[in-house]
Design a protein around this ligand. Structure first.
Ligand code: ADP
Ligand code: ASP
Ligand code: MG
Length: 403
């Protein structure tokens, strides 16, 4: 059972969490709990770290931002004890949960579950601090924002749990962010592959890595509300989904920035010269568009990178300008990437055409397009994010009563 920030946001909510855990224990389940920091706490800690030192040491960043989960795990364990439940908190290093050495964005490499498993099967509830593990340097390492989801899935896999329930502030995965599109519907079942696309294209309800891991380890994942008593969304294999919609959901992200190099010589090796240095700088390039030049001499090259890497990407391009010989660099942070996702796309034509038509009817200009087997993404002006999502939600027939 994993509880997110809102679910442990104050002592009253922690009591609600403890009551739910107690009910599971009373029903005869052996339970491991994973908790996030109390709502808003990680943001507060991140800004403290940034204010103390803008170019901070990632190891010390992790010491600071991991502390939120330590507090909530202690509070949940303590509340469980008060309710008469045998419970104990666990920090990442105590399990231990080993991670890579990339502080601030570490990956879980290996969990040694023996001790924790012995306690859990013996009837003690383990309350694990999510978002943290121990790096090869023996220091606390955090898993990137939203990382408690991944802690929970990794632990469920290591313990060979029957289920991994992710309790949050919505009652499941919706066709799109319910905070933006009022008509969004709860999805009762979604395949790992679709959820993976949704998460990596910006749907924050689950961290991308957690879905990747659940798919790999075959963990039955459920997203549900900690404030209601109803089934949520099951993330499962495709074979468990009976009725497949053409489009399952819509995702969006405002976290990308568009960079255009104008007047790039149209000659072999130019792409390698541009994207090599970005890769070396660990900057993830997403969409790439290059026009064919009319006279075979010059063209424009457009690509997107995470907003957080904008300055570094521009610096890398500045350094290349004289070598490659392009005219100038233009960048635009005011963009949004909107994606439609669905495995139904594999076997149906016309999904993209419908997207373009729906956007054109709202006079929304498409700046770039990219597709894969089960998704289509477009880049539009950020100002049209909400309008585009609503129009597409209606166009694909996703509005309506909950399923
Ligand atoms: P937690 O703190 O429990 O981890 P998060 O804030 O990380 O919760 O994730 C839940 C939030 O994800 C919801 O409040 C909702 O606004 C947002 N969200 C975005 N897209 C979706 C979607 N398609 N379905 C459900 N929730 C979504
Ligand atoms: N507390 C961490 C965060 O806010 C991890 C999590 O909530 O999953 O990113
Ligand atoms: Mg989350």
């Amino acid at each position: 059972m994993k509880f997110g920030g809102t679910s442990v946001g104050d002592l009253e909510r922690i009591e609600n969490v403890a009551t739910r855990v107690k009910a599971a224990v009373d029903a005869g389940d052996n339970v491991a709990v994973v908790v996030s920091a109390m709502a808003g706490e990680t943001d507060r800690l991140v800004s403290l770290a940034r204010a103390a030192s803008p170019m901070h040491d990632a190891r010390e960043y992790d010491v600071i931002v991991s502390s939120g989960e330590q507090v909530s795990s202690g509070l949940v364990a303590m509340t469980l004890q008060r309710l008469g439940v045998n419970a104990r908190s666990w920090m990442g290093w105590q399990i231990p949960m080993h991670t890579s050495g990339v502080h601030g964005a570490a990956r879980i490499l290996d969990i040694e579950p023996a001790l924790l498993k012995e306690r859990v099967t013996g009837g003690q509830v383990a309350v694990v601090a999510g978002f943290q593990g121990i790096g090869p340097d023996g220091r606390v390492a955090t898993l990137g924002r939203g990382g408690s989801d991944t802690s929970a899935v990794a632990l469920a896999a290591a313990l060979k749990a029957d289920r991994c329930d992710i309790y949050t502030d919505v009652d499941g995965v919706y066709t799109t962010d319910p905070r933006i599109v009022a008509g969004a519907r709860k999805i009762s079942r979604i395949s790992y592959e679709e959820m993976l696309e949704m998460a990596s294209l910006g749907t924050k309800v689950l961290q991308t890595r957690s879905v990747e891991l659940a798919m790999k380890e075959n963990v039955r994942l459920q997203v549900l509300s900690s404030f209601a008593n109803e089934p949520g969304t099951l993330v499962c294999g495709e074979d468990e989904i009976v009725e497949q919609e053409l489009v399952t959901g819509l995702a969006y992200t405002k976290a990308e920035t568009k960079i255009t190099l104008i007047g790039v010589p149209d000659s072999p090796g130019t792409s390698a010269a541009v994207f090599g240095p970005l890769a070396d700088a660990n900057i993830n390039v997403d969409m790439i568009i290059q026009n064919i030049s009319e006279d075979g001499t010059q063209t424009d090259m457009t690509f997107t990178v995470p907003v957080a890497d904008h300055d570094r990407a521009i610096a890398a391009m500045d350094a290349l300008q004289s070598d490659i010989g392009f005219n100038r660099i233009v960048s635009d942070k005011n963009i949004s990437k909107i994606s439609v996702v669905g495995i139904g796309m594999r076997s149906h034509a016309g999904v993209a055409a419908k997207m373009f038509r729906a956007l054109s009817e709202k006079q929304i200009n498409i700046q770039a397009i990219s597709t894969s087997e089960i998704k289509i993404s477009v880049l539009v002006s950020e100002d049209y994010t909400e309008l585009a999502l609503r129009a597409l939600h209606t166009a694909y027939g996703l509005d309506g009563p909950q399923t």
